[in-house]
Write a protein that binds this ligand. Structure first.
Ligand code: ADP
Ligand code: MG
Length: 617
């Protein structure tokens, strides 16, 4: 057997170790994730290579990873029965950095950047993280299938050099022994290590064993502390809904199963598996600002992090599930995820899949879609603005209620609406109010009822924001029936008739404008009304009453804009004005218009007085 030799680390490795030890102090526990992941890789490798090389198979032993703590010695050891390494392989894999990209990157680091622990995320060099918690790391390894049992012992204190010597090893595979630093004593604890394993390595497919901590002394029984099952890696042909429900419940702590799931394995340029669930119910915290999405990111079955906007856009924040990719290193940081092409590609593909699944559901399972829309419709509406690239797809998913339905249930798509448009109709008409009842009772609807034109009734809070940012749907634009003029509804005869009416009312208009000069911008003869005597209208590019009220309730400063008062020339109260423009009556017409759009009148007591006066004649 050869003698013990001492070798210098490659310069880059020394540099890297320095980085590890001095910068990675905030998240020390990841050392275990890295070592367990290496062990799991080694077991996968043995499984794979022994398919074509029998001589690697020594025993029928099941694969395992075993973690032991020796409190007296102050050590943690991680043992696997994976493929193991020869002397030369250890020299090559540990002690040098093979990846030239990493090398270049390290060379480009200057002293200041070295302080930035995020940079470590760039390297696929997990083994060295052992030195975050250990003074000395010992690695014992023997290649599987080596009949001579030629093993190797590698030891390093992480500073400049390591020693390597040949030893005989009974077992194939690798054992890593960490001589834990005094200051990191907390890791010499079964519960602490068990917790780290369930956090990061629960779905590693190899059983991870630890001694059972027991009241009775002298019990030496190992138990598997991880689930040892990556549900999402199973073939979907072999899974039934019951299996998905079960996994979903364990993932989310939801009592109920999901509405549906999207399970995909992608192989090609990128390799990843995604299993995404659409829940039946909205989470209680869906409206918390910056709520985390429920998608977990894994790299080869090892948990990396809870996803955020990096994995799915905000408007899909109710989706739960996992994305597992072979194309990310374990050390990837949030900052790096944000700029990662891999993540971006996965995100785009996932969004596409989710939207098309929803589209399918809306067509094939209308009841499920109704449930979905009730719970998540308000969030989906955000997507129209947030995800411009998918605007058309999202627009097709939107559901509303309208004057053609008799319920507040939102079941009408824009496509449905367009199918019912009148010939020559260029706009999709809508009215907004803060309740369904107020929208449905809006005086602005009168002319539309008369002409039998459908109007969307919008009363969700996000609706004002949605319509303000929506733009067009196909060749149609969205138009508020409470803003601007509605001239395109008038026939030629209507227009002629209106010109005459306007002349008739010239005197009334001038006087009414004087009386209301503090409250309104203008008084106009209306062509919207058939039953109500009056209503308020905003200019095309103004916020409108409902939006102003929402913004005020959010504590926002809004510019003071005055509405336009429209009066109905066919209404007896308005006709009465032609004989005498009574100040009291004009003010009542204005207050009524405010009330009927769900607003508050400034001086309610005055309004009551005026009404009483009117009633007494
Ligand atoms: P990575 O896992 O990204 O390759 P690491 O620094 O974690 O980087 O490990 C470096 C290399 O050392 C691995 O690629 C592997 O070849 C070898 N190695 C580490 N741990 C083991 C182990 N337990 N069994 C066999 N080989 C190992
Ligand atoms: Mg590794």
């Amino acid at each position: 057997m050869s003698q013990k030799q001492t070798h210098e680390f490659q310069t880059e490795v020394s540099q890297l170790l320095d980085l590890m030890i001095h910068s990675l102090y905030s998240n020390k526990e990841i050392f275990l994730r890295e070592l367990v992941s290496n062990a799991s890789d080694a077991i996968d490798k043995l499984k794979f290579e022994s398919l074509s090389n029998d001589s690697l198979i020594e025993t029928k032993e099941e694969p395992f990873i075993q973690i032991d703590i020796d409190k007296d010695a102050g050590t943690i050891s991680i043992k696997d029965n994976g493929i193991g390494m020869t002397h030369d392989e250890i020299m090559e894999n540990i002690g040098t950095i093979a990846n030239s990209g990493t090398k270049k990157y390290l060379e480009s680091l200057d002293k200041n950047q070295t302080q930035d622990s995020n940079l470590i995320g760039q390297f696929g060099v997990g083994f060295y993280s052992a030195f975050i918690v250990a003074n000395t790391v010992t690695l014992l390894s023997r290649k599987a299938g080596d009949k001579k049992k030629n093993g190797t012992k590698w030891v390093s204190k992480g500073k400049g050099n390591y020693s390597i010597e040949a030893i005989e090893l009974k077992d194939y595979g690798t054992t890593i022994i960490l001589d834990v630093k005094k200051a990191e004593n907390e890791f010499l604890d079964n519960y602490r290590l068990g917790g780290i394993v369930s956090k990061y390595s629960d779905h590693i497919t190899v059983p991870i064993k630890m001694i059972k901590v027991s009241e009775e002394a002298n019990i030496n029984e190992y138990e598997t502390i991880n689930q040892a099952n990556a549900f999402w890696m199973q073939d979907k042909k072999e899974l039934v809904q019951f299996d998905y429900d079960d996994f979903y419940k364990s993932l989310t702590y939801d009592f109920d199963g999901p509405l549906t799931q999207i399970h995909n394995r992608v192989e090609g340029k990128l390799e990843y598996t995604s299993l995404l669930f659409i829940p039946k119910k909205a989470p209680f915290d869906m409206w918390e600002p910056k709520r985390k999405s429920g998608v977990k990111l894994y790299a080869k079955r090892v948990f990396i992090m809870e996803g955020n906007e990096e994995l799915l856009p905000q408007y899909l924040r109710f989706i739960k599930g996992i994305i597992d990719t072979a194309d990310l290193s374990l050390n990837v940081s949030r900052e790096i995820l944000q700029g990662s092409k891999v993540v971006d590609t996965i995100k785009k593909a996932s969004v596409k899949r989710i939207l098309s699944e929803l589209d399918k559901m809306s067509k094939n399972k209308p009841e499920d879609y109704a449930t979905f829309w009730k719970e998540f419709g308000m969030v989906i509406k955000e997507g129209v603005v947030e995800d411009f690239a998918n605007k058309d797809k999202i627009s097709n998913l939107l559901r509303f209620t309208s004057t053609s339905a008799d319920s507040s249930d939102q079941t009408i798509s824009l496509q449905d609406y367009i199918g019912r448009m009148k010939e020559g109709q260029k706009n999709i008409y809508y009215v907004t109010a803060d309740t369904y009842a107020a929208a449905k009772g809006s005086p602005h609807l009168e002319i539309f009822k008369q002409k039998d034109i459908e109007v969307l009734l919008l009363s969700d809070r996000v609706d004002e924001w949605l319509v303000a940012n929506f733009g067009d749907f196909q060749e149609f634009s969205l138009k508020s029936i409470a803003k601007g003029n509605l001239e395109d509804l008038d026939s030629k005869e209507d227009k002629k008739k209106k010109e005459k009416t306007v002349k008739d009312f010239e005197g009334v208009i001038t006087k009414a404008q004087e009386i209301l000069s503090n409250q309104v911008k203008e008084v106009k003869v209306s062509s919207r009304l058939s039953e109500s005597p009056s209503c308020l209208v905003a200019d095309e590019n103004e916020l409108g009453g409902n939006m102003e009220r929402i913004m005020k309730s959010l504590g926002q400063d809004i510019p003071d804009t005055k509405p336009i008062l429209e009066i109905n020339p066919d209404h007896p109260l308005v006709i009465k004005l032609k004989t005498k423009v009574d100040e009291n009556l004009v003010k009542v017409l204005f207050d009524q218009a405010v009330l009927s759009e769900g607003g508050q009148i400034k001086e309610p007591a005055e309004f009551v007085k005026r009404m009483n006066k009117l009633m007494l004649g």
